[in-house]
Design a protein around this ligand. Structure first.
Ligand SMILES: Cc1ncc(COP(=O)(O)O)c(C=O)c1O
Length: 491
């Protein structure tokens, strides 16, 4: 079978300067990786297959793979194959040495242990757009015209201080508009002063970790769960304790050392889609109160529920101060906006707003004022209504084509919500390899197993359907159906 990597390498070997075949193969692979022609995370063909394809000995391929691995270009995963590393070694700068004769180029700058650990588990995909990239909305539908009209209007009478650093915690008009929206749409109990505007959920979590936890404090995260929670909490020195999720959300271990923080996605668990039941919510809040743990509720995409009543936020059930609510505009508007927020318990509000200014200094004044008007005039609610309808059709189209091509048992969990669903796979199918194979065909999926910290992992593909029109769904899904069928036939 011909592979993309094989084609690319064969061409480069032909064009290369004379040298041993092993050296030419090594150079061809190394350059293709450095130039991004073979992208990070790509699974390389098995050595036996590449050897057959290039008509060279298997040892020649193995030697090239081993050398690239020892130099940090490749990594192997037991049972899954050889992959291009997500973080590549620096390019060899020796060719540029004449330009810096007086200042010899330094050796690669070392990172902190914390930094190395962060990179070794980096979860963010290189791609953030396209079929079936999970977690991204269809940004093509953003109402630029309405937004620009509001921004122009505000710009004409812009108070000069808006161009400076923001006041503690963001701008009052946005906090007021948000408080009203959250009370009505998400049953969140809050006053405008409790809202702190941040630049993304990761920044919200970073601030909470720094201000509420000491090095080595425990934090419960969902298993499986969002890699971003783990990355941000871990880099702050917290001890991550993965707690399994079932159909009712986070399970409560009968005996456990109470953590300082519990970080969850109760309204639409990421990635399984489970909704935390009312009983579980009450039990968790009782538990947190008893042990003095704080619950962080990441309500990242609850606006998108299809044909079912919205699920009120956990925060609204909590009569005391044990829940911190996180929200974002990344899914409802677009991720590049980088505007998100926290609803803080009253006793924390002032101190965390000061800390936010100390650590990050706020900005985006014009954007915040524009967003406030956009919400106040009803455009935000209207945009969500429109997108909800669109995503609902896209979800139905994807469910249809999965049932038609593979069977209903492949729908991992049909929670009728969010922007993604799970294509469940038998454990025998290597989801990492499958996702890498699809990536080579220009189809972006995430393997379910990488969302687990522990050894027990379910296999599947996370498919984001938000960016694929209902009309194009069946055709766009075909490469996925083909690859899944061929892997099923192989077992
Ligand atoms: C569970 C969850 N929370 C938060 C985010 C990101 O939010 P933000 O863009 O505000 O950083 C994501 C992104 O995919 C997510 O999946």
């Amino acid at each position: 079978m011909r592979t993309l990597v094989g084609d690319l390498v064969a061409y480069r070997i032909e064009q290369a300067m004379p040298g041993t075949l092993g050296k030419r193969l090594y150079d061809a692979l190394q350059q293709a990786i450095q130039e991004g022609m073979i992208s990070p995370g790509t699974r390389l063909p098995a050595s036996r297959d590449l050897a057959a394809e290039l008509a060279v000995s298997r040892n020649t391929v193995l030697a090239a793979y081993e050398q690239l691995q020892s130099e940090g270009y490749l990594k192997t995963r037991a049972g899954s194959g050889t992959f291009v590393n997500n973080v590549l070694p620096e390019r060899d700068m020796s060719g540029a040495s004449e330009t810096c004769n007086d200042h010899p180029c330094p050796a690669q700058i070392t990172l902190s242990q914390r930094g190395e650990q962060l990179l070794s588990r980096a979860g963010a995909s290189q791609r953030q757009w396209g079929a079936f990239m999970p977690g991204v909305p269809d940004v093509r539908h953003f109402p630029h015209h309405t937004w620009s009209k509001i921004a122009r209007r505000i710009n004409v009478r812009l108070p000069v201080e808006i161009l400076s650093y923001s006041q503690h915690g963001g701008y009052a008009p946005l906090q007021t508009a948000l408080a009203e929206y959250l009370r009505v749409s998400r049953s969140v109990k809050c006053r405008a002063e409790q809202i702190l505007i941040t630049s993304g959920t990761h920044q919200s979590l970073d601030l909470l970790a720094k201000m509420l936890c000491d090095h080595g404090d425990r934090v419960w995260v969902e298993e499986p769960g969002y890699w971003g929670h783990r990355s941000v909490l871990e880099v702050n020195g917290l001890r991550i304790v993965p707690v399994p999720v079932d159909d009712e959300g986070l399970t409560l271990p009968p005996e456990a050392t109470p953590p300082r923080l519990i970080c969850i996605t109760p309204s639409h668990q990421y990635p399984t889609g489970a909704v935390m039941s009312l009983n579980r919510r009450k039990a968790l809040l009782d538990w947190a109160k008893k042990w003095g743990s704080l619950v962080i509720e990441d309500d990242y995409d609850s606006e998108f529920r299809y044909g079912e009543n919205p699920i009120p936020a956990l925060q609204g059930l909590s009569p005391d101060e044990s829940v911190i609510y996180l929200g974002t505009f990344s899914k409802t508007l677009y991720p590049g906006l980088r505007i998100s927020y926290m609803v803080l318990p009253p006793s924390l509000t002032e101190r965390l707003k000061i800390a936010h200014s100390e650590l990050y200094r706020g900005g985006y004044g014009l954007t915040q004022l524009t967003l406030a008007e956009f919400i106040r005039e009803g455009h935000y609610a209207a945009h969500i209504r429109r997108m909800r309808q669109l995503y609902s059709q896209r979800r139905a189209a994807l469910v249809n084509v999965i049932c038609h091509e593979l069977g209903a048992e492949f729908i991992g969990q049909d929670s009728h919500a969010g922007l993604h669903l799970i294509l469940a796979l038998p454990q025998a199918v290597d989801d990492i390899a499958l996702s890498a194979e699809l990536e080579q065909q220009g189809v972006w999926t995430r393997p379910l197993s990488v969302y687990y910290a522990g050894e027990a992992k379910r296999h599947g593909l996370i498919l984001g359907y938000a960016c694929v029109s209902a009309e194009a769904m069946a055709e766009t899904f075909m490469p996925v159906a083909r690859c899944v069928k061929s892997r099923l036939a192989g077992h």
